[in-house]
Structure formats: structure tokens, C-alpha cells
Design a protein around this ligand. Structure first.
Ligand code: COA
Length: 283
């Protein structure tokens, strides 16, 4: 990158603590990523040593977070404060987090890379997997019908584990029991689900969307739009599930700039039943 200079002073990287949450939210707010302080509280409760802050002296200048689902881990929220970028801090945070995860016995690490950062991830050993497509839909003015989404978390967690094969029950339980979030399901007993997660900034992520076959997905998405389309909606779709992209475009979603799903270590192919990702920072 022309004109880049290396750091004059190496930054110190420490574990994120509750005292860093306001700083973390200030960074995600600037990027428009829609995080609440409670997202970081949950993260620190479930993974107390998996998030890191870079500091120059007493000043916090960057962060990264990780979640682990057994031997699979996911990196997200890599942000360096404007004015401190281009001095190696982002790469330093990445190295620190990757080494932390490898030290825990993790064999696969994934992330969704924005295009500006893909070169850095490749240099650090990450490989391209597939596009991670993004879709958004403006708020629909039509009245929506209220919906009773009181379904116990346990069958959803069991379904998710069966169809995705990744042990993400801790974070999923936290999301399913968050009163801000809502659930839309298909079948009885439940065979497909979409979680609607309210985000800061007035939009909702429909994330994840999990179904055993394509057949169940259109009615699930129709139901989400009918009941929750009064807010702007956001969906992240793994590129291989191309039918989902076509369908979203047919129901008023527009395509946004995609990210690149990348992996380090062993490649896992668990996307077959994933029609909506859990989130750009959690997999
Ligand atoms: C992406 C980000 C974290 C990089 O942090 P940084 O401290 O500026 O990155 P570094 O200085 O450590 O750069 C490391 C390498 O990444 C590459 N790189 C980083 N940012 C880049 C950019 N915007 N364009 C091109 N290359 C870039 C460079 O090749 C550099 O390699 P070099 O050391 O050989 O020059 C920072 O730009 C940022 O916070 N962006 C906004 C949030 C974001 O998009 N996060 C990534 C989400 S996936």
C-alpha cells in the first residue's frame, strides 16, 4: 500500500474486559455494524478471554473478537481506530487472536473479510472459501400481524446442531433467549427456523436461517417479511446457496457489497442447510 509506514511503537494487546465495552461499541458504531453493549457483555460472559484490545500507552486503538464452537472458531470485529490505521495494528491483532485460538486446540478458523482487508488475511495464511453475500430490504410500510414466537430454545438448538453440525449452542441459546429477538419456524415439530435479531440503528438481521431443504425456505422468508418487514431487514447468504439469493431479490431485497468467507486450517463445509449466516462477526 503506497505511503504506508510501520509502527514507531509496538502496541500492547490485552484481553477485552467489561471496562472496554463502551470503546468497542464506539468502534462498531462508526462502522454502522449495529452492535449493542449487551452483545459484548454476552460475548465476554461466554468467551471471557476471546476478545482483545490493542493499546498505545493508555489509549485504546483497536480490537478483535473470537467465538469458539468446539474446534471451530470464528473471528470478527477487527477494527483499528481511524488515525491509527496502516501501522500494523490490524495484523498484530489478527496474529494475537489466531495464536490464542490455535493454543486452545482450534483446527479451523473462519472470518468474513471486507475487500480492503482480504490481502492482509491472505498474507496471514487465510484461504478463500466463497463469497458471503449480503442483502438488505427497506422497511415495509404495510401493517404487520403480531406473532407469537414463544418456542423453547432446546429444539431449535438441537435442530441447528443436526443441520449445521457446529457446536454453537452457547451463543445460539443467548440469542434465542434475548427478549429483543424473535423466531419464525416451519413444521411441527420444528424442522426449519429463522431468527430475527434486532440490531442497534433500527434494523434487524434475519440470522441465522436454517432449513433441511430449499422447499421450506420461501415460506419461512415470506413469514419473516409479513411479520417483521416493518423494519429494514438484513440477510447474509453463503454464495453456494444461490437459490436463496434469487429468491431474496424477488421479494424486495437488494444486493449489497459482499464479503469473502475465508478459512485458516482445515476447511469445513457446513453450509448446505445455511440459508442465512449467524452474523458477520460470529459465523
Ligand atoms: C482492516 C483494518 C482492521 C486494518 O487495520 P490496519 O491496522 O490498518 O492494518 P495493518 O496496518 O496491520 O495492515 C496489515 C496489512 O493489511 C493490508 N491492508 C490493511 N488495510 C488495507 C487497506 N485498506 N487496503 C489495502 N491493504 C490493506 C496491507 O497489505 C498490510 O500489509 P503490509 O504490512 O505488507 O503493508 C482497518 O483498516 C479497519 O479498521 N477497517 C475498518 C473496519 C474493517 O473493515 N474491518 C475488517 C473487517 S473484515
Amino acid at each position: 500500500m503506497p505511503g504506508r509506514t510501520r509502527p514507531i511503537e509496538k502496541c500492547r494487546i490485552t484481553c477485552m474486559t467489561p471496562a472496554d465495552i463502551a470503546f468497542a461499541v464506539s468502534l462498531t458504531d462508526r462502522e454502522g455494524w449495529g452492535f449493542f453493549g449487551s452483545d459484548f457483555e454476552t460475548r465476554l460472559r461466554l468467551y471471557p478471554s476471546g476478545s482483545f484490545v490493542a493499546r498505545h500507552g493508555r489509549e485504546s486503538v483497536g480490537m478483535i473478537s473470537s467465538v469458539t464452537y468446539g474446534t471451530y472458531a470464528y473471528l470478527g470485529n477487527l477494527i483499528v481506530r481511524e488515525g491509527h490505521r496502516g501501522h500494523g495494528i490490524g495484523a498484530e491483532l489478527m496474529l494475537h487472536a489466531v495464536n490464542y485460538l490455535l493454543g486452545k486446540g482450534v483446527t479451523t478458523i473462519e472470518l468474513d473479510g471486507v475487500w480492503g482487508a482480504v490481502t492482509m488475511y491472505r498474507k496471514l495464511g487465510f484461504r478463500d472459501k466463497h463469497l458471503s453475500l449480503r442483502f438488505s430490504r427497506p422497511a415495509d410500510k404495510r401493517a404487520v400481524e403480531p406473532m407469537n414466537s414463544a418456542i423453547p430454545a432446546t429444539p431449535i438448538i438441537a435442530l441447528d446442531r443436526k443441520l449445521v453440525g457446529v457446536a454453537r449452542q452457547r451463543l445460539l441459546r443467548a440469542a434465542l433467549t434475548d427478549r429483543r429477538n424473535s423466531l419464525v419456524v416451519q413444521g411441527s415439530p420444528v424442522s426449519a427456523y429463522a431468527l430475527i435479531r434486532e440490531r442497534a440503528g433500527g434494523f434487524s438481521m434475519v440470522a441465522p436461517i436454517i432449513a433441511p431443504s430449499w422447499r421450506q425456505v420461501p415460506p419461512l422468508v415470506d413469514s419473516v417479511i409479513k411479520h417483521y418487514g416493518d423494519r429494514p431487514l438484513w440477510v447474509g447468504v453463503p454464495e453456494p446457496n444461490y437459490r436463496m439469493s434469487q429468491f431474496l431479490l424477488s421479494c424486495g431485497f437488494v444486493s449489497r457489497e459482499p464479503s469473502l468467507r475465508m478459512y485458516y486450517g482445515t476447511r469445513l463445509n457446513y453450509e448446505k442447510h445455511v440459508y442465512g449466516i449467524f452474523g458477520p462477526a460470529i459465523g
